[in-house]
Write a new protein. Structure first.
Length: 436
C-alpha cells in the first residue's frame, strides 16, 4: 500500500460523532466570555448570525467535500478552484485553526483537573492530555473515531441533563438583566465567542478520504452534526443564562475575573457543590472538553498531512505510519506547536487566533465554491447545495463582516495572525514553490 494512502473505515455515525465532538467543548467553556462583551442580547444577536453562517456554510462545504473527498478539505478545494497560491492561504488558515484550537482546550482540561488535584500543576495535565490523545490518533483512525463517538454521546447526554436541571429554574426576566452592557458594539465584540460555539465543524471534510462511501457518509454526518449543534447551542445558552442572568455564568461570586466554567456556575445557583448530581454533571462535563480536544487533533493531523503530501510543507509531514496507516508525523508536529502555544498562557487570545484562521478558511472556501461551479460545471457533484447561490453567498458575506469586526476589536491578535500567514507564505514562495 502507498505510504501516502489513508485507510477507509469511517461510517456516517462515526462522522456525526466527529462533527459534534470537534465542536462540543464550545458549549462547555469559552462562549460565556462573549457575555462579558455583549451581554445576553449582544451574544444572542451575534450567535444568531453565526448560526446562519455555519448552516449555509456547512451545506455549501458539503457539496465540495462530497465532490472532492480529500484529507486536505478547504485546501484541496481552493487549490483546484483558485490555484496553488490561494490554495496555500486556505491551507495555512486551516492549519492555524486546527493547531491553535487544541491548546485552548488543553488549558481548560488542565485547569479543570487542577481544581480536583490542586497539588499537581495544570500544565502537567494539559501536556499529558496532548501526549495521550496524539498517541490514540497515531494508533488508528477507527480506534480514534470510535473513542470520539463514545465520549461525544456522553457529552451530549451531559448537556441534556444540565438543561433538564436548569430549565425548571429558568425565568425570562433573567435574560433581560443588563442585556447589552456595551451597547450595539458589544454584538461585534462577542463574535469570536459566538464562533467558538461551532468552531471546527468543517473538520468532517478532512476525514472524507477515510469514509466508507464518502459521497453518502459525509452528507449524512455533516448535516446531522450541524443540526445537533444548533439545538445544543440554543438549549445551553438559554438554560444557563436563564437561571440567574448572564453575570452569574461569567463571574464567580466575589470575583471580577471571567470564568471558563459557565455550566458549574449556573448549577451552583441551583444545587450545592457537594450534591452528588453537581459532582456527576461536572465529572461528565470533562468529556465535552476531551471530545473536542481529541477530535480537532484528529482533523488537524489530516490537514497538516495533506499540506505535506502535496509539497506545500516539508514532505515528511505527508507520510503515513507504515503500520497504523495514520499521519503520525503531522500529528506529532501539531502537538509540539500546540504545547509551545500552551506555554503562553493566553487562552482567550489563542481562541481568537483560531477564529481568525477559521473565518479566513470560510471566506476562501466560499470563493472556491463559486470558482469551482464556474470552472468545472460538469464535475460530478453527488450533493448540491440547496438555494444556490443564496447559501454560499450568505456564508461569505457574514464571514467577511465577522472577520472585519474581529480585526477591529482585536488588532494585535489580527496582526499576529497575518504575520503567521505572511511568514508561512514567504517560506512557501522561497523554498517550496520552485519544486512544484
Amino acid at each position: 500500500m502507498s505510504e501516502t494512502q489513508l485507510k477507509k473505515v469511517l461510517s456516517p455515525l462515526m462522522l456525526w460523532g466527529l462533527g459534534v465532538g470537534y465542536v462540543i467543548s464550545g458549549m462547555y467553556f469559552g462562549w460565556n466570555l462573549g457575555l462579558a462583551e455583549g451581554g445576553t442580547y449582544g451574544l444572542a444577536i451575534a450567535t444568531f448570525f453565526i448560526i446562519i453562517m455555519y448552516f449555509t456554510f456547512t451545506f455549501s462545504y458539503t457539496e465540495m467535500a462530497c465532490a472532492i473527498p480529500k484529507a486536505g478539505g478547504a485546501f484541496e478545494y481552493a487549490n483546484r478552484g483558485l490555484g496553488k497560491h490561494l490554495g496555500f492561504i486556505a491551507g495555512i488558515a486551516q492549519n492555524i485553526e486546527f493547531v491553535f484550537a487544541p491548546p485552548a482546550i488543553a488549558a481548560a482540561i488542565g485547569a479543570y483537573l487542577h481544581l480536583l488535584y490542586p497539588s499537581i500543576d495544570l500544565m502537567v495535565f494539559a501536556i499529558g492530555a496532548y501526549l495521550i490523545f496524539t498517541m490514540i490518533n497515531i494508533l488508528g483512525v477507527k480506534i480514534a473515531a470510535s473513542f470520539e463517538l463514545v465520549i461525544t454521546v456522553l457529552a451530549v447526554i451531559e448537556l441534556l441533563i444540565f438543561a433538564g436541571v436548569a430549565l425548571p429554574e429558568f425565568e425570562l426576566s433573567n435574560l433581560q438583566l443588563n442585556p447589552m452592557p456595551h451597547g450595539f458594539s458589544g454584538v461585534f465584540a462577542a463574535i469570536p465567542f459566538a464562533i467558538w460555539f461551532f468552531l471546527a465543524i468543517e473538520g468532517v471534510a478532512n476525514v472524507a478520504e477515510e469514509a466508507i462511501n464518502p459521497q453518502r457518509s459525509v452528507l449524512i454526518g455533516f448535516g446531522s452534526a450541524i443540526l445537533t449543534l444548533v439545538v445544543l447551542c440554543i438549549l445551553t445558552f438559554v438554560s444557563a443564562v436563564g437561571v440567574a442572568g448572564w453575570e452569574a455564568v461569567v463571574y464567580p461570586e466575589g470575583s471580577t475575573v471571567a470564568s471558563d466554567s459557565p455550566l458549574p456556575l449556573a448549577l451552583s445557583k441551583i444545587i450545592s457543590s457537594g450534591h452528588i448530581l453537581y459532582k456527576l454533571l461536572i465529572g461528565i462535563g470533562l468529556l465535552g472538553l476531551v471530545a473536542s480536544f481529541h477530535g480537532i487533533i484528529l482533523a488537524g493531523g489530516r490537514a497538516t498531512f495533506e499540506f505535506g503530501r502535496v509539497g506545500y510543507a516539508p514532505q515528511i509531514l505527508g507520510k503515513v505510519h507504515h503500520k497504523f496507516r495514520t499521519p503520525a508525523n503531522a500529528l506529532i508536529v501539531n502537538m509540539l506547536v500546540g504545547i509551545v502555544a500552551l506555554f503562553t498562557g493566553k487562552t482567550g487570545e489563542i481562541i481568537t487566533i483560531a477564529c481568525f484562521g477559521a473565518l479566513s478558511l470560510y471566506i476562501v472556501s466560499m470563493v472556491s465554491f463559486f470558482a469551482l461551479r464556474k470552472k468545472e460545471p460538469m464535475m460530478e457533484r453527488p450533493f448540491k447545495v440547496p438555494m444556490f447561490p443564496l447559501f454560499p453567498l450568505t456564508a461569505l458575506v457574514i464571514a467577511v463582516i465577522a472577520i472585519i469586526a474581529m480585526a477591529f476589536f482585536n488588532p494585535m491578535i489580527g496582526l499576529i495572525f497575518i504575520s503567521i500567514v505572511g511568514l508561512s507564505y514567504f517560506y512557501f514562495l522561497l523554498f517550496l514553490n520552485k519544486k512544484m
